[in-house]
Design a protein around this ligand. Sequence first.
Ligand code: CU
Length: 161
Amino acid sequence: MNARTTRSLAATLSLTAVLAISGCSSESGGAPDSAKPTLTVSGAFMPEPVDDKMAGAFMIVTNDSKTPDKLTGLTSPLSDDLQIHESKDQKMRQVSSLNVPANGRLSLERGGSHVMFMGLKSKPKVGDKVKVELKFEKADPITIELDVKDRTYTGQSSSAH
Ligand code: CU
């Protein structure tokens, strides 16, 4: 084995190690619990609010496990009152939870279910990040950052990472 091969092999190995470590970042220590669903959140954004009263948020929660789960609530430093809304017949109403089906996804998209921030403590602008913690019936809470986008932004394709 020549020196170049050895070096690239070493680089490959260290990269693999980094990936392995970041891959289990959702583990908070302790024995793995097979009953807990594996959830990931992607494409999370908030359209720039029109006023300082309320703002919507959209995202996709993917469940890569055989265990169904439920989104049961959210918290954020931006508001003390985050609600889960469902849209039916052009009207939105608050619901206590939304299903995250096994081997499926919960899509919070424009025109459908969404998160609603009531009583904003400040008014975010395009380019800002808004921290949100999602709470689930079974899975551990997940903290994400919403990208504040232009009001006309509708989200990336759901296959994006
Ligand atoms: Cu709403």
